[in-house]
Design a protein around this ligand. Structure first.
Ligand SMILES: C[S@@+](CC[C@H](N)C(=O)[O-])C[C@H]1O[C@@H](n2cnc3c(N)ncnc32)[C@H](O)[C@@H]1O
Length: 442
């Protein structure tokens, strides 16, 4: 057994867990990488690339396999179809791996998993694809960008074909890790020095002070700046929530759906040790994730609470200067980081998520003091959950939209900002897809 076969076998098991047993890709991959910490950095990168890439391009890969195999993907044995899927990803997208090696290793894996009788089939399909791969063409945008049809249609209708393509292309591009510096704990310069000292490539976002892009590191947990709580993984779009909320010293903030705590920790950082941020989530487990982050970052002006946002907490009525409502949503804006979302989500889920958001907003708007702010955000690109909910909210509750013009830096402008909201689109804006809105209570 070669080293390559070992890595591919690990990738195979990860993919079976994700594609055949509906595991969440980011969780399964993280667990596997934790388990195989002894592997060297290039091997771990190879495994991640195959696993993430195969999930990302799944619809396109299946189209290719079905074009060259008499047995359709859906009818194949799960192990065999997973071996073929990950091998086709390597053939199409990993130039540095020779095609012959891809085919040979796939055959070895099939044999190792006791499918000796199918080794000719695996070899035949893959060699056929390898011979024809330069002449492939895609029947539509769904196959080209590996995006379910209904999502393509929804975005084309809402934003036009060109923007839909820009977004789908952007999802498939390599993502750097975005982190926000806890500037109340250390200066940006010191943090960059520490990261660079450990060999990390660091670039500044140039849009929001203290937001950095990281590349060329193995493990977040291996970085001193992370362990010392000086940085927090947080996309630029999510940092904008803190910018729009703009807490004043001494403010009391309630974050009603807060795990794992990214936005709340940003608020605590912005309060410079004053005031209090109460971060809530539905379960003990979710709250434990928030606590881990709080402990790591070392802020004292932040506490947690297990609280269902759908149940009114009478003690909070008109107590908060700021309520952060970063609500459960369809997650279509973060497909670039969690590609399985696009296959997991069903069109009919969108309406129920939008109404769940309305139910939560109905409860939590009452926590805002007169003159206080409510910031409502989602990490999705869907008008029902976003713009339509804003319209509905303003019709039903005594709030006015907050003018967001200029609050997110000079480079981010949109006409809608003066009406209190902005839909950020990947590829159009320099961040994940995200929706942000802010209101002031009359
Ligand atoms: C988008 S995430 C929040 C991310 C967080 N704001 C951050 O920046 O790290 C939405 C959260 O809502 C929580 N949630 C879902 N339903 C809830 C409910 N009924 N009450 C409280 N939290 C809920 C989920 O557990 C999830 O952690």
């Amino acid at each position: 057994m070669t080293k390559e076969t070992d890595s591919r076998e690990i990738a195979l098991d990860i993919l079976i867990e994700i594609l055949e047993r509906s595991g969440y890709s980011h969780i399964i991959l993280r667990q596997a990488l934790n388990k195989y910490q002894y592997l060297d950095k290039p091997e771990r990168a190879f495994i991640s690339r195959i696993a993430e890439g195969t999930v990302e391009y799944l619809l396109q890969i299946d189209y290719v396999i079905d074009s060259f195999s008499n047995t359709k993907v859906k009818k194949m044995k799960p192990v065999i179809r997973t071996i073929l899927r990950m091998s086709v990803y390597q053939l199409l997208y990993m130039d540095r791996v020779p095609d012959s090696a891809v085919c040979n290793e796939a055959v070895k894996l099939a044999v190792k998993r006791k499918f000796t009788g199918l080794k000719g089939f695996v070899n035949g399909v893959l060699r056929n694809i390898s011979r024809n791969k330069d002449h492939l063409s895609w029947p539509n945008a769904s196959v080209r960008y590996s995006m379910p049809d209904w999502i393509v249609s929804m975005w084309e209708e809402a934003y036009g074909k060109e923007t839909a393509v820009t977004m789908m292309e952007s999802f498939l591009k390599n993502k750097k890790t975005t982190v926000r510096c806890n500037l109340a704990r250390s200066s940006k310069e010191e943090i960059i020095k520490s990261l660079q000292g450990q060999g990390v490539n660091v670039t500044e976002s140039g849009i929001s002070e203290g937001v950095l892009y990281l590349e060329n590191y193995d493990y977040l947990e291996g970085l001193a700046a992370f362990n010392d709580g000086l940085i927090q993984v947080q996309d630029l779009s999510s940092v904008f929530v803190g910018e729009a909320a703009a807490p004043k010293e001494g403010d009391y903030v309630i974050d009603v759906c807060g795990a794992p705590g990214g936005k709340s920790i940003h608020m605590a950082d912005k309060l410079h040790g004053t005031g209090m941020v109460e971060v809530r989530d539905l379960t003990e487990y979710k709250v434990s994730l928030i606590k881990e982050n709080i402990d790591r970052c070392g802020f004292k002006n932040i506490r947690t609470k297990v609280q269902d946002a759908l149940v009114s907490d009478q003690e909070s009525i008109e107590k908060a200067d700021i309520v952060i409502a970063d609500l459960p949503c369809s997650g279509l804006g973060i497909i670039g980081r969690k590609p399985d979302i696009k296959y997991r989500l069903k069109q009919e889920d969108l309406a129920s998520l939008a109404s769940l958001q309305r139910e939560i907003l109905t409860v939590v708007q009452s926590y805002v003091k007169p003159g206080g702010k409510l910031v409502f955000s989602t990490c999705t690109i869907n008008k029902k959950e976003n713009e339509e909910n804003v319209r509905w909210f303003l019709e039903h509750f005594p709030f006015d939209p907050m003018d967001l013009t200029g609050m997110l830096g000079d480079q981010l402008t949109a006409d809608t900002m003066k009406h209190g909201y902005i839909q950020l689109l990947p590829g159009i804006h320099p961040c994940d897809g995200f929706f942000l809105s802010a209101f002031i209570k009359r």
